[in-house]
Design a protein around this ligand. Sequence first.
Ligand code: AMP
Length: 341
Amino acid sequence: MSKPVILTGLRANNQLHLGNYLGALLPIVKLQKQYAGQYQINLFVPDLHSFTTPIDHSKLYEQSLNNIRLFIAAGLDIKDQDTYIYRQSFVPAHSELTVILNSFTYMGELSRMTQFKEKGSGQSSVSVGLFDYPVLMAADILLYGAKYVPVGADQTQHVELARDIAIRFNNKFGDIFVLPEAEKQQIEFAHSTNRLRIKDLQDPSKKMSKSAGSDKGIIFLGDDPEVARKKILSATTDSFGEIAYDHETRPGISNLMDILSALSGTPLADVQQKYQGLSQYGEFKKDVADAVVNFLKDFNNKLQAVDDQLCLDKISQSEKEVNQLANQTLAKAQKAVGLRQ
Ligand code: AMP
């Protein structure tokens, strides 16, 4: 019997930062370690999703491949037989199923999506691509009968929509799609992958994000380590004069503790115990800066060492295999709606 599927992706993006690394790349690598053998893991680059908001198209192709290199540098085992690594646009069934599902999805549903409202607000014109991308995401999920789709909180609504569309389709045509698990189970599963929220170093009330006005609060994975050191040393903390971990009242220090714990592999409780009550913020920041510098150097060495040929071979093998899997589901849907006999 085939294994249940976990499906996850990360948008191609030139400037991934420490938040993406700790909140997305690393949890996926851990998930592979934890679940390979029991689950099939579909790790894909949603390259068709990349330009639902404007991008530099001349960089997209390379960025998509680079995303996969980043995963490998972060520890992904590309030799694992249960893991498929592929680019969405190399599996045409994603686009074809989207067109079919469009006719079973309502304008009202898509208009209610928070991401659409947020990303579309204040824009003079909004593309149909941005409006429709949850349907493409539903196709990404349903083609492989994915049970679990570990995503950030901003995407849970879309996973739920995929489930609603599948239920509607199945009610009309019979058992065509495997349903993704319901929201509660998805959240429990995503939570089990322990996703951290890393905050902006200058404004720790906000998450670290490239949409921030300034780069000073963001550690990019490609940052010069000494530039990153300065960013940590000038991070906003507080004026309590005593180190303590509390995201409500001391978001800056708590964020730095999270970063130190994650990058040094020291349990958070041990980090707290070591620094709790100390008044030397400078010493503490220096330790965090050292951990960040070491991490960036090590990560970049690993990135340089990625075997591109091995990576391309894995992608091309996976794309061959997932095309077959996806086409089986697509054929069922085509038959259900009367396009095929
Ligand atoms: P984005 O391109 O900002 O949508 O982020 C892509 C992925 O990285 C999502 O799964 C996010 O959950 C994760 N991510 C982005 N920013 C952060 C952050 N500051 N802390 C933790 N995870 C993040």
